[in-house]
Design a protein around this ligand. Sequence first.
Ligand code: G3H
Ligand code: 13P
Ligand code: ZN
Length: 327
Amino acid sequence: MALVTSTEMFKKAYDGGYAIGAFNVNNMEIIQGITEAAIEKRAPLILQVSKGARAYAKHVYLMHLIKAAIEDAEQTAGFDLPIVVHLDHGDSFELCKSCIDGGFTSVMIDKSGLPFDENVKITRQVVEYAHDHGVVVEAELGSLAGVEDEVKVSAEDSSYTRPEEVQEFVERTGCDSLAIAIGTSHGAYKFTAAQCTRNEKGILVPPPLRFDILDEVSKRLPGFPIVLHGSSSVPQEFVRIINENGGKMPDAIGIPEEQLRQAARGAVCKINIDSDLRLAMTACIRQHFCEHPDHFDPRQYLKPARIAIKEMVEHKLVDVLGCDGKA
Ligand code: G3H
Ligand code: 13P
Ligand code: ZN
């Protein structure tokens, strides 16, 4: 199977009450870990590439690695793995065009930091070019706190999506899916302990996502795919392993999985996860070096890191997104 767009995937996800996982990729081990999990769980998949990932690994390497994963699925599992290759947080028409020309099947134009009319104008321009080339477009209204392409957006500068704007935005831009801001944020440091309460087991619980906004948006856009960025849960077990093995990650707290599960059952069709993969990989490598200080062959620590990513993605596909068996 060739690369696909997300149109069919989102329709099935919307109707079926589950979400597709969109995982950020930067190198071969990450691509292998994610795709091996998707093959095992028979799950449709979105692999997304940020501007930073493209600069790090080069467009052509990532494209060929992703195509290799599809070929590998066919050869080793006799399975047509449906994969969307998506540009994450495209910040200009030129970047989106370059990814479309280079074979991506989906792009995001993120002009959520601009005033409404300017966001509409640039998004519309990308949509026209993309649709002419059979590519779909994700846009964003409302902005998330956290780190995007090494730029820190402070919590004060972030803002929830205004439901009263979504219909006009989708109609005027013609975008195919919409990312909204309901309290998620990018990176591993989403909340501080001071912002959380403790449950009966003593576990820190962050303030809940704004499901009222999500409900209002989905009422105004029936059947339209909604996207959640910043959806890592920051497993405390990985934070502990990192901190016990020479790392320093105080106050790394993410979105409780239960809330993401709830979002996936409704209008949310795409859930973006990057930081949790980074945590799995880093925890594994830090622990490996502490246990084997004599090791220096990258295969000795990248192989277990790849397995850690695979296990993390399997867990997300089955226990959070509910998209296992849907490919
Ligand atoms: O939303 C941001 C993603 O986690 C990508 O991060 O720009 O460091 O590749 P990156
Ligand atoms: P996390 O940092 O929560 O993994 O979010 C990733 C993301 O939204 C990529 O676009
Ligand atoms: Zn994002």
